[in-house]
Design a protein. Structure first.
Length: 311
């Protein structure tokens, strides 16, 4: 368990970038090229480092080729700076409440194409997919739109996008829409750490100091809030995936926290209810993060799932 608290357990085995869907995507790999591939898709505005090193290493030690990557507009991957004419986040949120069309820079489906492009560039015909939050939405779409490319699906703290589901707590949504007072790294890190303490696991998550240490490393690697804003628009404009989920026949795992204030637990339960072949695991005390005390159990659950479908 202590290993999962390590901030950087040895790092990845390889770090590189590839051309995918007209973009450059930076990725890191744990494990051997010859092992079955497991692709980790991270959530809104979060770099590949959001998947802890020790978590990735534990998955790879089970005989998996574990790949984590920076989505478009985040980290060290291509930034879509040339896109203009899209709505600001506050305006888009109001439009989403009113059911009006949002002017976006790109869709989640474009990020699906990024994922498939990454797989093509790395010579991966079929992979196990694990997505967190927005990454879970992308993973669901990949599994539904490209079923031949997906062996298993794991959706963590994500949603089906069904319109009847409850929204996150207002104070959390307002916090996510707020910005640091300036771009000084210390100010940015303090702002982000407070946000993560608000949305993360209240009693089993990282401490404020723990979040500050992790976020400082991330901010030094990359800080690009404009990209996060464009990803927000993609999420807000996404439709329901309920009918698509009903068509996903692959073995699936849905993980959600009972204490998630951003995507309340009904989102996880609903996602699992529409997947024909899903196992649902709900964790008391888990918020909208990957709390270190639960990582060993999450790794075990993913291993049990991937063992069902050898590639």
């Amino acid at each position: 368990m202590a290993d999962f608290l390590a901030p950087a357990l040895d790092g990845a085995d390889s770090v590189d970038r590839v051309e995918a869907n007209g973009l450059e995507l930076v990725y890191e790999q744990f494990g051997c090229d010859s092992d079955p591939a497991l692709l980790l898709i991270m959530g809104l505005g979060t770099q590949l480092t959001g998947w802890p090193d020790a978590f990735c290493r534990a998955l790879a030690d089970h005989g998996l080729r574990v790949i984590r990557f920076d989505n478009r507009d985040v980290g060290l991957s291509t930034k879509l700076r040339e896109h203009t004419g899209y709505d600001k986040v506050h305006k888009a949120f109001v439009k989403s409440l009113l059911g009006r069309d949002i002017n976006i820079a790109y869709r989640l489906e474009d990020m699906v194409d990024d994922t498939i492009g990454l797989m093509d560039a790395l010579g991966i015909d079929r992979a196990h997919l694990v997505g967190a939050s927005m990454g879970g939405m992308i993973a669901q779409l990949v599994a539904g739109l490209h079923p031949q490319r997906v062996a298993t699906l794991t959706s963590i703290m994500s949603s089906s996008g069904a319109r009847r589901l409850p929204r996150g707590k207002l104070k959390v949504l307002l916090r996510l829409a707020s910005a640091p007072k300036n771009s000084d790294p210390e100010t940015v890190v303090a702002h982000m750490a407070k946000t993560m303490r608000m949305i993360g696991s209240p009693n089993i998550g990282r401490s404020h100091a723990g979040w500050q240490a992790e976020l400082l490393r991330n901010v030094k690697r990359s800080y690009y809030p404009a990209g996060t804003g464009r990803q927000v628009l993609a999420v807000l404009s996404a439709g329901s995936r309920v009918e698509l989920l009903k068509q996903i026949a692959q073995p699936a795992l849905v993980i959600h926290g009972a204490a998630d204030p951003l995507l309340p637990v009904k989102h996880g339960r609903d996602t699992a209810s529409h997947l024909p072949n899903a196992r649902y695991e709900e964790f008391d005390g888990m918020g909208h993060d990957l709390p270190p005390p639960l990582l060993a159990r999450i790794v075990q659950l993913i291993h049990e799932l991937t063992d069902q479908v050898p590639i």
